[in-house]
Design a protein around this ligand. Structure first.
Ligand SMILES: C[S@@+](CC[C@H](N)C(=O)[O-])C[C@H]1O[C@@H](n2cnc3c(N)ncnc32)[C@H](O)[C@@H]1O
Length: 247
């Protein structure tokens, strides 16, 4: 039987609707979900980073580039480092066309002086990566990644945040979450079934477990924002000051 191949873009698209390469501008990928959620996320970045005179934000799995373009526009004194993953999130997914995706990020950010050239980065090895220095990053952003990738990706993001965030830095995780084993909303319940059919290691993560996994890296949950329109969350983790362990 022929193996069914699913691209990363299709994986996200199944949950969130319209996405694809723009006919009018074929260098750019377009994600309807990114277009819808970017204002909620930028509001959180503005709340926490808006007063900084300078800073560095690292985005994992940047996707099309729509998010980082908007973030950089809203926070012109902050430098942004977008990244993308070159591997296979699932054995059933095609190898990502990473060069084309990095090209899309660059195309969205052409003219954004505070966006660095997008780089390849696998979140699972971020803690040991030379992409950014240890304790140099003010905030790390992961949007709609940890449920469409194996648990090692979440673990890598948390370890990476532990290594790369400055004391007092923030990790922003956007996406659907469950709590104590309960997924609320029919849409997310259906999404969970679909994710696990796609790959048994994928799935909506439990915020209680994420908090427990984050603690050894000095990360504690600072704010949990529920976005009613999408039933997603913006979970803001804070890396404790050296020696304090938490806030
Ligand atoms: C649903 S897409 C979200 C893309 C983008 N953040 C957005 O919200 O439009 C899932 C993303 O997870 C990324 N991803 C999967 N495994 C990864 C890994 N090991 N390291 C970094 N990113 C990964 C994919 O490359 C893809 O960009």
């Amino acid at each position: 039987m022929e193996e069914r191949r699913v691209t990363n873009a299709e994986q996200a698209g199944m949950a969130h609707g319209r996405m694809g390469w723009l006919e009018a501008d074929p260098l750019k990928f377009f994600s309807g979900a990114a277009e819808r959620n970017k204002e909620d996320i930028v509001a959180v970045l503005l709340k926490y980073l808006g007063a900084l005179e300078s800073g560095l934000v690292l985005e994992l799995g940047s996707g099309s580039g729509q998010h980082v373009q908007r973030f950089a526009q809203a926070l012109p004194r902050i430098q942004f480092q977008p990244t993308e993953f070159a591997g296979h999130p699932s054995p059933r997914a095609e190898k990502q066309e990473v060069a084309r995706i990095l090209g899309s990020i660059a195309a969205y950010c052409a003219g954004s002086a505070n966006v660095m050239p997008p780089q390849e980065q696998d979140a699972t090895v971020l803690a040991a990566s030379a992409l950014v220095a240890d304790e140099a990053v003010d905030a790390m952003v992961s949007i709609n990644i940890i449920h469409v990738s194996p648990p090692a990706v979440l673990q890598g993001i948390l370890a990476g945040a532990g290594a790369k965030l400055k004391p007092g830095g923030l990790l922003v995780l956007y996406g659907p979450f469950q709590r104590d084993g309960v997924i609320t909303g029919e849409g997310n319940q259906r999404f969970q079934v679909m994710l696990q059919e796609l790959d048994a290691s994928f799935g909506i993560r439990d915020i209680t477990e994420v908090k427990a996994q984050a603690a050894p890296f000095g990360l504690s949950l600072l704010e949990e924002i529920h976005i009613e329109s999408s039933n997603n969350y913006i979970n803001v983790f804070h890396k404790g000051q050296a020696g304090s362990g938490s806030l």
